[in-house]
Design a protein around this ligand. Sequence first.
Ligand code: SAH
Length: 268
Amino acid sequence: MTRKPTFPAEITGLRRTVPAPAKPAAGPVAKSFAPARLETARPVAAQVQATGLDFNAHRARMVQRLAGGGIGEARVLRAMGAVERHRFIDTALATQAYEDTSLPIGLAQTISKPSVVARMAELLCASLAGQPGQRLGRVLEIGTGCGYQAAILSHLATEVYSIERLKALHEKARDNLRHFRLPNVHLLLGDGMAGFAQGAPYAGIIAAAGGQSVPTAWIDQLALGGRLVAPVLRGEQQALVVIDKGLQGITQTVLEAVHFVPLKSGLA
Ligand code: SAH
């Protein structure tokens, strides 16, 4: 295969006529064609490695903060420590990946704050307390977004079904999750308002978008003994709601205020 004629050829010419060019080469391609640049290439590679290590350290600190902030479930802390959140967001925002903040993921949607993801995951697997090594059975997530929470849930449940209504985000999540090779995560494109009857009954259902009420389909698809965690509008403000399905019926608990994107119907 022949090299592309223009850019490297120009660089070669430059190197001959201008002894020690002070200006850095215009792009990464130039480095591979200019031996003089090899010296700068090593620090760049080292920098990339250091960034990976930084991310690990930042993630470990995030987990410490979550534990300090009240997350006590070891399974959740382990999952939060294992899943590389920076891989789910734009590189331009990656330095904020381990701060406790929601971040844009495109199409006016956001990846939830780590503390909220951990809190909801902990609520979802409360039934496992005192049973180390156990996982939840099948879990349904409404609102895949970038796929981060689905990856967290993959550590906590035997199977994760995650529905997204926006095709572009469904595809983005698929791309993001490819790296992690999670055979128990099943991404679905569809309107999550109807749940996903084929996977029911679910040990847990978790919603990452808030509506006026909890759709009855979700409650129908919840297993006996199962738990649903979702943001629901109460007046002007959303609150986290936990619904338990027991032999005696449905129990609803309203918890703290939250801020999620709206639950919408239909595909887009
Ligand atoms: N769990 C996600 C958070 C994404 S934000 C993450 O870790 O990134 C919530 C997502 O819910 C958005 O992508 C939005 O498009 C989606 N959503 C809203 N209404 C929906 C519905 N009816 N069905 C499926 N997804 C929905």
